[in-house]
Design a protein around this ligand. Structure first.
Ligand SMILES: Cc1cc2nc3c(=O)[nH]c(=O)nc-3n(C[C@H](O)[C@H](O)[C@H](O)COP(=O)(O)OP(=O)(O)OC[C@H]3O[C@@H](n4cnc5c(N)ncnc54)[C@H](O)[C@@H]3O)c2cc1C
Ligand code: SF4
Length: 330
């Protein structure tokens, strides 16, 4: 472990200025990812941790047709929100499917969006070949033991999966990420927030160094929407997804009139399944429709021997969540 300075600014402007001015500084929110990587795994270095934990960025506000969620709201707080429970059951389920109660009480929504991959080679500083940690060094996972890795958006450069559960329904919902930098405010749709690895897996998002997520805007789906989240994993709790899917449907008179679908556990970024949504919309809610949606989504996967099983597993995950949601009461 290397020594670092710990600072706690009083306001958002001060925090943004501190990190923006110092390439070796990083934000600290709940610390559940950042401190693991810094102190335990030794794979990131920061000379200065800027604790944003007491900034006024916590809380949930209902607006017209959307929820505004402060970046420092904890996962547990968001899961307990009455509007989330009533209108966004798949967000509620995805939150409670993640980590453990202790972690969810510490972990923030902003931190969840920016959690780092669980790729074992990334998290082992003794492994030299990791393009995400050391650009240009290669990818140990492609030729190594890969199981919890991506099959969509992946390449020879990197097959690391985006491990967030929450980001799966967030991608389906077109959540907007609000950001503050030294140049002012901007917002980016979550589906454009993450970058495919390409030949620079170390650049994961559109955030510039020093930009701070202040809140996210979560659109509320039409009334009558039914939704659900399915997480397939090696054990029933405290485990990351092998595959996951978040689905939301509006069904009227035996026809799907509105559909949202996104996947987790299989993409290098939270994976929005727009082709599937086009197939679902206007179709009858049948297993044949769901299978067609699944086939369209898992097209051209990039697999290595350890991840080939995910192709069929992801398709079955899609079919099952769509069937379960369609059969649920709105
Ligand atoms: C054992 C374990 C199991 C887990 N299981 C799951 C799981 O099953 N599903 C799941 O989804 N997640 C899981 N997680 C990940 C967990 O959800 C994240 O660690 C957590 O959400 C990160 O939030 P944090 O507030 O602790 O972030 P921090 O650790 O404080 O920060 C994470 C990163 O985000 C940056 N950051 C934080 N807030 C902001 C902000 N507002 N603006 C800009 N940058 C910011 C930090 O600089 C850092 O780079 C698990 C974590 C652990 C340790
Ligand atoms: S998959 Fe990505 S994070 Fe994992 S070793 Fe390869 S380059 Fe590194």
């Amino acid at each position: 472990m290397t020594a670092f300075e710990y600072v706690r600014p009083d306001d958002v402007t001060g925090a943004v200025a501190m990190v923006s001015a110092d390439p070796a500084a990083a934000y600290l929110a709940g610390g559940t990812t950042q401190l693991d990587l810094l102190l335990k795994d030794g794979v990131v270095t920061s000379d200065r941790l800027v604790d944003i934990g007491r900034l006024p960025l916590r809380g949930i506000t209902e607006g017209v047709g959307s929820l505004s969620v402060g970046a420092l709201t904890s996962m547990e707080e968001l899961s307990a929100d009455p509007v989330v429970r009533r209108r966004l059951p798949f967000v509620h389920d995805a939150l409670l499917a993640g980590a453990s109660p202790q972690l969810r009480n510490m972990a923030t929504i902003g931190g969840n969006l920016l959690q780092r991959t669980r790729c074992r080679y990334f998290r082992d500083a003794a492994v030299p070949a990791c393009n995400k940690r050391a650009p240009g060094s290669g990818c140990a996972a492609v030729a190594g033991r890969a199981r919890m890795h991506a099959i969509l958006g992946a390449s020879e450069s990197c097959i690391a999966v985006h491990a967030s559960d929450l980001c799966v329904p967030f991608a389906a919902l077109d959540v907007e990420v609000h950001i503050r930098g030294t140049g002012g405010r901007r917002s980016v749709p979550l589906t454009e927030f993450y970058l495919l690895p390409g030949d620079r897996p170390d650049i994961e998002t559109v955030l510039e160094h020093g930009e701070l997520i202040t809140h996210v805007e979560v659109p509320l789906p039409p009334s009558g929407t039914r939704s659900g989240y399915l997480k397939v994993r090696d054990r029933a709790s405290y485990e990351f997804a092998l595959t996951s899917a978040a689905a939301a449907l509006v069904i009227e008179d035996g026809t799907i009139v509105w559909a949202r679908l996104a996947l987790g556990g299989v993409g290098t970024v939270p994976w929005r399944a727009r082709e599937a949504e086009a197939i679902l919309t206007g179709a009858a809610p049948t297993v044949q429709t769901y299978r067609a949606a699944a086939e369209a989504t898992i097209r051209d996967p990039f697999t290595v021997p350890g991840t080939a099983f995910k192709v069929e597993l992801a398709k079955r995950t899609i079919v099952r969540i769509l069937r379960d949601v369609a059969e649920a009461r709105p």
